[in-house]
Design a protein around this ligand. Structure first.
Ligand SMILES: NC(=O)c1ccc[n+]([C@@H]2O[C@H](COP(=O)([O-])OP(=O)(O)OC[C@H]3O[C@@H](n4cnc5c(N)ncnc54)[C@H](OP(=O)(O)O)[C@@H]3O)[C@@H](O)[C@H]2O)c1
Length: 163
């Protein structure tokens, strides 16, 4: 079972503000859907709440991480620790960690692959991804979109595997 992170970050690793995403990045939702469709996604309970209608993502197995034993979410499985989550997905091929900040920090040291959408800009944020040391990662694919093509900032879809 391969563990992957998918995340949209700015150049300074910002990912969220007021329990919402920071930026509208053209094509990022479609990219996220294409990559995760048919797979299992793992998220913190705050990220679940931030989704439209606080509902699980369709066409994916949704696992929510919480420390609250009373927490329930329709259409979601619950995991109280990394080990419990791994046990739930042990027969899967690739599992996607989809946020937020707390859950990315928890899994970053142990994931095999990163699917990054990097917005080459800086915005005010209250939630950050861990600082990535790119020397530890090998780039496997990259698509750069220049500013003005579709957005006022440049952005890139970049995938990495751990060296
Ligand atoms: N840019 C992106 O790609 C992206 C993607 C997703 C989310 N986001 C953003 O990230 C922000 C939300 O991040 P967040 O850090 O506030 O919340 P979060 O990571 O979604 O959820 C945090 C919750 O995880 C649970 N948790 C923490 N440690 C745990 C552990 N060891 N085992 C099991 N559960 C554990 C806790 O739940 P309990 O308190 O219930 O115990 C905690 O409240 C929002 O702004 C959102 O928009 C950005």
């Amino acid at each position: 079972m391969k563990l992957s992170i998918i995340v949209a970050i700015t150049d300074d690793f910002a990912i969220g503000k007021d329990n919402d995403l920071l930026l509208k990045i053209p094509g990022d939702l479609q990219h996220f859907k294409k990559v995760t469709q048919g797979h299992t996604v793992v998220m913190g309970d705050r990220t679940l709440i931030s989704l439209p209608g606080s509902k699980p993502l369709p066409n994916r197995r949704n696992i929510v991480m919480t420390l609250d034993k009373d927490f329930k979410a329709e259409g979601c499985e619950i995991a109280y620790s990394i080990d419990e989550m791994k046990e739930l997905v042990k027969d899967e091929d690739e599992v996607f960690i989809i946020g937020g900040g707390t859950i990315y920090k928890l899994f970053y040291p142990i994931v095999d692959k990163l699917y990054l959408t990097i917005a080459h800009t800086s915005v005010e944020a209250d939630t950050y991804f861990p600082t990535i040391n790119f020397e530890e990662w090998e780039e496997t694919s990259r698509e750069d979109i220049t500013a003005g093509e579709k957005a006022e900032f440049a952005y890139s879809f970049v995938n990495y595997v751990r060296k």
